[in-house]
Ligand binder design. Structure first.
Ligand code: ADP
Length: 392
């Protein structure tokens, strides 16, 4: 039998491009994964094989590498690593699919034009997502698929997607879209394998990484989520505020002379764990610190999660499962214990030794709500969707 081809996944952010190569088989076997970080500053490429062993590394000390060049560099490295195995398709993470894209889609010129129209809805992310698509389309005829962070949430009831705004503004697209959908989708698919009965019940999935959100899921479908029009709403995050009284923005404009750029910087880059602690956006650093401000930042992070889990449970009308995922959710037992304690009124009891072990079920046998830790894998979800969309 000949060697199967590969599916290449690209996840392009503002200063990094993550990539992964999978065998184009139903098992989606991971071949390599890597990233170029600090694009524009001190770019650094690192690639590892499926076992995590580093197989390639390169630095650009003078910082001269833009997104297009970074994409080309990844394509070159990918070709070398695949050693003759063909790339059958590219799958891309695209942050915004608007109201129209309710699932993954094969990219053609018309789709590219539609995606470009959504740039004003996600100006910080969408252009970076689209740059590699354009670069690859210009250089090859290999099919490409866009997988959206918003698509999973299009199942939400209309009420859950609405703001209390005049209709003309809603009609212009100002509504709740929700994000992290590829992660939620992956977690639901994992849960279907591990506990099919629970996968159909009422769940809150807490994706707690640098970006953080939580999603209410019933029958495997998104019912409500904490992120809204943009990825700044909801939970407090590494450097983002999360939900903020809009009156604060008026105060900043009127009393402090902020303009939209200064507000964007405050909301996205200077707030959250970083802003409150004055120390770091990184949970590990905060957990190791004895500074009162670091304690307060963590306490507020946890408090906001507990409040939002309650709100999502209300949207569901009850709760049978709570899942933790992403960097903090998967690795920080203390955050899970604190959130669990705050949700005890909902019937959550976290078992300390299971929580310390940190994988699978971490609730006690007596807990009314089953609590799990499941690692997310957005890249694998993209590879799976890309294969399915193209019938590979
Ligand atoms: P991103 O949203 O950038 O993908 P991640 O999902 O990688 O972010 O999550 C990053 C967060 O996870 C950081 O706050 C980091 O401190 C935290 N984290 C990673 N590993 C651990 C750990 N072992 N213990 C506590 N926090 C951790």
């Amino acid at each position: 039998m000949s060697t199967p081809g590969a599916i290449a996944v690209l996840n392009a952010g503002s200063s990094s491009i993550k990539f992964a190569l999978y065998e184009a088989t139903p098992e989606e076997t991971l071949l390599f994964r890597g990233q170029i970080e600090s694009i524009g500053l001190a770019p650094h490429l690192k690639v590892a094989d499926a076992a995590g062993a580093v197989v390639g590394e390169r630095r650009w000390p003078d910082g001269k590498l833009d997104h297009r060049e970074a994409t080309n560099e990844i394509l070159k490295v990918g070709r070398e690593l695949l050693a003759g195995r063909p790339v059958l398709a590219f799958g891309h993470r695209v942050v915004h699919g608007g109201v129209g894209f309710t699932g993954p889609v094969r990219i053609d010129r018309a789709v590219m034009d539609e995606l470009a129209k959504l740039v004003p809805l996600a100006p910080l992310h969408q252009p970076h997502n689209l740059a590699p698509i354009e670069a690859i389309a210009a250089a090859s005829a290999i099919p490409q698929v866009a997988c959206f962070d918003t698509a999973f949430h299009r199942s939400q009831p209309a009420l859950a997607q609405a703001f209390g705004l005049p209709r003309d503004i809603t009609a212009a697209g100002v509504r709740r879209y929700g994000f992290h959908g590829l992660s939620y989708d992956f977690i639901v698919s994992r849960l279907r394998q591990l506990d099919p009965a629970l996968a159909r019940q009422r769940l809150v999935i807490a994706h707690l990484g640098n970006g953080a959100s939580a999603c209410a899921v019933h029958e495997g479908l998104s019912v409500a989520s904490t992120m809204g029009f943009t990825a700044v709403d909801g939970l407090m995050m590494g450097t983002r505020t999360g939900a903020l009284d809009p009156g604060v923005l008026l105060w900043l404009l009127d009393e402090r002379g902020y303009d939209s750029k200064a507000i964007e910087d405050l909301l996205y880059r200077k707030s959250g764990l970083l802003g409150v602690s004055g120390l770091s956006s990184d949970m590990r650093t905060l957990r190791q610190s004895a500074e009162p401000a670091a304690r307060e930042a963590i306490a507020l992070f946890v408090y906001r999660i507990v409040r939002e889990v309650g709100s999502l449970a209300a949207a569901l009308g009850g709760l049978e499962g709570l899942v933790f995922t992403a960097g903090i959710g998967e690795n920080d037992a203390a955050t899970r214990a604190e959130v669990g304690a705050g949700c005890s009124w909902l019937g959550v009891t976290v078992d300390p030794s299971r929580n310390a072990a940190g994988r699978g079920v971490i609730s006690s046998d007596a807990s009314r709500v089953k609590v799990l830790v499941l690692p997310t894998d957005e890249e694998r979800m993209i590879a799976r969707y890309t294969g399915r969309t193209l019938g590979i």
